[in-house]
Design a protein around this ligand. Structure first.
Ligand code: ADP
Ligand code: ZN
Length: 741
């Protein structure tokens, strides 16, 4: 029995007939009514356990019950958790995100109640180390599964962390009983894990003395935090201008007031350098929130945030949904980054949702970038957002020189990818004892493997994508669905042997060329699949900082935020890579990425040099990068979008129709096309193949709804979907404000 959640129902609960509406973290549109047992008292926001069918499930009291079923026939709330209630702001935020993204509120709630175990009182947990020197007892059968468990714990003899039985079972791919068996045989050492204690950053520690520009910017932010009112500010400063030091002041101001600060980073798992720097500035690290955390870390962090014990959280987009008691400021670093767009489950853009969160909570939000998204840029230009500019690099470092390498003239030798001028620059850089980075946003050895005899291309059977050769791993991989297969000896199409050839470069192949050209140089690849986890990335970053490497060959893992004073040359192997394809956002995204990559060069005392290899030196993106004409580029890009009525000047929403049966997908997509809303100002484009028309075995077609900026697209879409029958085998996803168009 359903009740829509009223926002102002804080007062009398439970209602006279002792019922409450409870929102459950499931894809449900509405809250369900439950009876409040005698002696229990509930308020909105309380976390409760309730029965649902045969299960018990955790939900949140959303308001007074409103259903018509006799309360005697309702199921009763089982218990109320002894945890701080979800705040009204947090509940309104769930409703707002649900309404904006057209996702069921319960589904959004699931992101906020992502760690149910955190609601239980903290307790020490059993975990195991390997017992040194222990021999299996007579009769102990060493099965494969048991051997895997023991192998996993090998590192604990050298100080590795103890693991819980559940973690071991999952990692070893066996049941918990296997772990128990090994423990009972006396081969493991039990220990009790205490909940992790998080450090408390100290706002009163003095930061570095700021330049006059930085000081003015920091004072502005401080004033906003102290005002305790909503505002959005774009902190717009060139790479290396000291933006981070400036927003640390805003964090310090929030902590001084006893409130919390949230910092969103696009790829927190890659941000070890950021974490170290924060810890040096504030004397303790922030709490982290991202997908790499263990279950225990998630539980302890969630609980500590709810209790107000965590002053600063740094996290990925999901950190927006943590239970902050009193958030004082939000920082969105690299606000233009596409990693903020969540494309699965609830489809949302974390930057935009963060602005909404700040608005609901009445607090300032700072969007930080050297290359803002066009959306943010336009909002700042029209004074909807405030802007604070930091126009020069800190400490007098100059911005790097950007040169274009015209690959049509300055051609690399056959089956090689570095042009003579770039080779020369590398030689000079090494001779000076400086570091160079080669950037190519493509993992693996070669993006395409084809048969020289028949032309057959190795393609993923589940996705619209080629299989990428990973020579180090000796595999072909699909970068979309994760499919892996061995490299074929013979062509699977024509059967010829020895005809399969690698086409085009990935970072592994560039590393091969570097080794051939500079056998003496210390070179390494830095890509998400060559570095396993945040620690490996941190070690690599530190060893670059200590100048233990001369040439780094990196993907975008390398592009973000790092500060390497000895790095003076950046070579972009294929600057055109992002520009192909029909995406209208391609130029903006390529400009932002290359600008950021270029920003890695010359951050220390020595000036930097950037070389962009391109077949399109006249392209506006290349011209703007070479001339350092950021505003010119944005101007041109804005004119084009305005002309086309595209975001940020128009509104878009996409419907993605997917299913395993292509004919059925097409039929539903066509039906949606016929039922589409149409008016003088609203148009629907498509159906057309979605980007990645086949993904993980599902065929995908897309319809794009285009409306004026002032239009509210959600009601249009809701009515549209009512007009078409969607069979159960077909999924229709709604993407309001799609990132690519
Ligand atoms: P951005 O975030 O704009 O790229 P950073 O905040 O990373 O810039 O600053 C670039 C470099 O300059 C960093 O090494 C940082 O420690 C240093 N820096 C910035 N501001 C100051 C300051 N006021 N005093 C000393 N060093 C600073
Ligand atoms: Zn695939």
């Amino acid at each position: 029995r359903a009740a829509e959640a009223p926002a102002k129902a804080e007062a009398a609960l439970p209602s006279p007939d002792r019922r409450v509406a409870v929102l459950l973290p499931l894809p449900l549109r509405e809250a369900y009514d439950y009876r409040v047992p005698d002696g229990m008292s509930l308020a909105p926001g309380d976390y409760v356990e309730v029965p649902l069918g045969p299960r018990r499930i955790i939900g949140v009291v959303w308001g007074p019950g409103a259903g018509t079923v006799d309360s005697g026939r309702l199921k009763a709330v089982v218990r109320r958790f002894d945890a701080p209630a979800m705040t009204e702001v947090a509940r309104r935020f769930v409703e707002w995100v649900a309404a904006y993204t057209m996702t069921p509120p319960g589904f959004v709630l699931r992101m906020a109640v992502s760690v149910p175990a955190a609601l239980e009182p903290p307790k020490a947990m059993l975990a195991y180390l390997l017992k040194a020197g222990a021999e299996p007892p007579p009769g102990f059968k060493m099965t494969d599964a048991r051997r895997r468990v023991l192998a996993l714990l090998q590192d604990t003899l050298a100080g590795g962390p103890p693991r819980t039985p559940a973690e071991l079972a999952e990692e070893a791919g066996c049941g918990v009983t296997v772990v128990r068996g090994v423990a009972e045989a006396g081969l493991l050492e039990p220990v009790m894990l205490q909940p992790t204690r998080l450090g408390r950053p100290d706002w009163s520690r003095p930061g570095p003395s700021l330049s006059p520009d930085q000081r003015a910017a920091a004072d502005d932010l401080r004033g906003r935090v102290e005002s305790g009112r909503y505002s959005t500010v774009l902190l717009d400063g060139v790479t290396g201008s000291g933006k981070t030091e400036v927003y640390y002041e805003a964090i310090s101001a929030a902590l001084e007031q006893g409130r919390q600060a949230l910092v969103l980073l696009p790829e927190i798992a890659l941000s070890a350098q950021w974490l170290d720097r924060f810890a040096r500035r504030f004397g303790a690290p922030p709490a982290e929130w991202h997908s790499e955390l263990t279950g225990a870390q998630r539980r302890d962090t969630w609980r500590a945030v709810a209790k107000g014990e965590v002053p600063v959280v740094v996290g990925a987009r999901s950190a927006l949904f943590l239970p902050y008691p009193d958030l004082g400021v939000i920082i969105v670093d690299e606000e233009h980054d596409s990693a903020y767009k969540q494309e699965e489950g609830a489809i949302y853009h974390a930057r935009d949702m963060a602005v909404a969160r700040a608005h609901l909570g009445g607090l300032p939000i700072v969007l930080v970038s050297a290359t803002p998204s066009l959306e943010t840029k336009v909002n700042a230009d029209s004074h909807r957002y405030a802007r604070i500019a930091l126009p020069s690099r800190h400490g007098g470092a100059v911005l790097p020189d950007v040169e274009l390498v015209d690959l049509r003239r300055d051609r690399p030798p056959a089956r090689h990818w570095l042009a003579p001028s770039l080779r020369k620059a590398l030689t000079d850089t090494l001779a000076e004892g400086e570091q160079a980075m080669l950037f190519l946003n493509r993992r693996g050895y070669a993006p395409l493997t084809l048969c020289r005899a028949c032309g057959h291309r190795m393609q993923c059977p589940n996705c619209t994508a080629w299989l990428v050769e990973h020579r180090l791993a000796r595999k072909l991989q699909c970068h979309h669905c994760g499919l892996q297969q061995p490299l074929p000896h013979a062509c699977p199409e024509c059967g010829e042997e020895g005809t399969m050839a690698a086409c085009g470069p990935g970072v592994e192949r560039i590393a091969e060329e570097v080794a051939e050209l500079f056998p003496e140089a210390r070179a390494a690849i830095m890509a998400s699949d060559t570095l396993f986890g945040p620690r490996a990335i941190q070690e690599m970053v530190q060893s670059i900082g200590r100048h233990e490497l001369d040439i780094i060959i990196g993907t975008q893992v390398m592009a973000k935020g790092h500060h390497f004073p000895m790095l003076t040359l950046v070579g972009v192997v294929d600057a055109d890579l992002g520009l192909n394809g029909g995406d209208l956002r391609a130029a903006e995204r390529t400009y932002q990425l290359l600008h950021q990559v270029a920003g890695r060069a010359g951050r220390g005392e020595r000036p930097g040099r950037v070389m962009l290899q391109t077949f399109m030196p006249e392209h506006p993106v290349m011209q703007a990068l070479a001339a350092g004409d950021r505003d010119g580029f944005y101007q041109l890009e804005a004119e084009m979008r305005l002309e086309a009525g595209m975001p940020p000047f128009g509104r878009l929403a996409a419907l993605i129709v997917s299913g395993e049966d292509p004919t059925l997908v097409e039929r539903v997509a066509m039906a949606l096309g016929r039922a589409a809303p149409r008016s003088e100002t609203v148009h629907v484009l498509g159906p057309a193949p979605a980007p990645l028309a086949l993904l993980r075995g599902r065929h995908r077609r897309r319809l794009l709804l285009k409306a004026p900026r002032s239009a509210s697209v959600q009601p249009l879409i809701a009515e549209w979907l009512e007009r078409v029958d969607i069979p159960p085998a077909i999924r229709v996803q709604i993407d309001v404000d799609p990132y690519s168009f």
